[in-house]
Design a protein around this ligand. Structure first.
Ligand SMILES: Nc1ncnc2c1ncn2[C@@H]1O[C@H](COP(=O)(O)O)[C@@H](OP(=O)(O)O)[C@H]1O
Ligand SMILES: [Mg+2]
Ligand SMILES: [Mg+2]
Ligand SMILES: [Mg+2]
Length: 351
């Protein structure tokens, strides 16, 4: 089955959302940043991006029933003290749509924006089609002026069938540890994949796409690996134990967001290790991985939990996974899985 029409809509939605995010990041105000009930940050751009993606998908695919599983909700924006923030979001959205020029619409109202954000409340699941959106993945990176991604995927009968990752600050050339992090060739990448059709990357400015592939290296000593920038929620000690077992010499490349999956899909590094500190119950959100997962697997890579099981996106809003997530190419996966298993066991027995 072809998802060409849906892919076209997804690329368009993510690109327009990226325009809004870039504008906000350039002139980010203190008043643009808020704290959610779980203490994590959210900005006017997270809300604006979610509303825009929802708006564009519904416009582009009017005949399809629409289900969206997305990170943000409008609860805090409906409070009395949030009216200025809501107005700022609505203005940003209307300005972005006006400068894009694709849609002849009268301006969206605050109520339209709240409704568009709340269309992301779907529970997903194993039947039918569901869009999965992280309007800004890596909000902390976004606030710092670093990497972030707009991550959009489509589930069909519980499987990810297409994914788009817009990474407005990712250099167009490699960010691997052996190359200088240089942005002199420009930044802003759009990765996209459709099941069975490979992964492509194009500059966010619209230049033609090129097909990308994960690295072909087979010797783990030559591998470089990615992990979260945020030491506060990442078990960097566990990843360094794994890296040591594999004989990896290069230091980890730490960046925010699913830009890590994008970079891996074009071979910038060989491994992505993700072990997070969470409460007693470890869970990951599907929107933190759905788009990244298909971008890497269609580029020839493998994404599993720490026990080697593929990620299951059909269980609702969360992934039910064991310990962590690991990503690499097919050649390196057996050695990586062994190193992960040993390191996790050693850590458990040392506690
Ligand atoms: N303290 C914390 N504990 C667990 N997970 C966290 C966390 N802080 C952020 N995250 C999750 O990790 C994602 C960022 O991953 P990364 O570290 O790879 O950039 C966040 O996505 P959002 O930024 O969309 O909220 C959020 O889902
Ligand atoms: Mg996220
Ligand atoms: Mg997010
Ligand atoms: Mg968040």
């Amino acid at each position: 089955m072809s998802y060409d029409k849906e892919l076209h809509a997804a690329k368009k939605a993510a690109s327009i959302a990226a325009t809004l995010c870039q504008k906000v990041q350039k002139e980010l105000l203190k008043s643009d940043i808020h704290s959610k009930s779980d203490k994590s940050p959210v900005t006017v751009a997270d809300y604006g991006s979610q509303a825009l993606v929802s708006f564009v998908l519904e416009r582009e695919l009017p005949t399809e029933s629409f289900s969206l599983v997305a990170e943000e909700d409008s609860g805090d924006l409906r409070k009395d003290d949030a009216q200025e923030t809501l107005q700022r979001i609505t203005t940003l959205i209307n300005d972005t749509l006006a400068s894009d020029g694709s849609y002849t619409v009268s301006s969206l109202t605050n109520e339209d924006v709240l409704r568009a954000i709340d269309s992301g409340k779907s529970e997903g699941g194993s039947s039918g089609r569901h869009w999965v959106l992280d309007p800004i993945d890596g909000t902390k990176g976004f606030i710092r002026g670093d990497q972030y991604a707009i991550a959009l995927a489509l589930l069909d009968e519980g499987k990810v069938v297409l994914g788009v990752l817009a990474c407005p600050n990712l250099p167009l050339t490699s960010i691997g540890s052996d190359t200088k992090h240089s942005s002199h060739n420009g930044v802003g990448c759009l990765f996209f994949s459709q099941i069975g059709s490979g992964t492509y990357m194009q500059p966010l400015d619209g230049s033609p796409p090129v097909k990308v592939h994960v690295t072909t290296i087979e010797n783990s000593e030559e591998a470089s690996f990615f992990e979260s920038f945020e030491a506060a929620h990442s078990k960097h000690d566990l990843s360094s134990a794994i890296a040591k077992k594999l004989g990896i010499k290069a230091p980890p490349v730490r960046i925010d967001s699913q830009a890590k999956y994008g970079a891996l899909s074009r071979g910038d590094g060989a491994i992505y290790l993700r072990f997070l500190h969470k409460g007693y119950q470890y869970h990951e959100n599907i929107w933190d991985h759905a788009a990244g997962c298909i971008v890497v697997t269609e580029a020839g890579g493998v994404v599993t939990d720490a026990g080697g099981k593929p990620l299951d996106f059909s269980k609702g809003r969360y992934l039910d996974i064991n310990t962590g997530i690991i990503v690499t190419n097919q050649k390196l996966m057996p050695a990586l899985l062994k190193a992960v298993k040993e390191s996790v066991e050693e850590k458990a027995s040392s506690l």
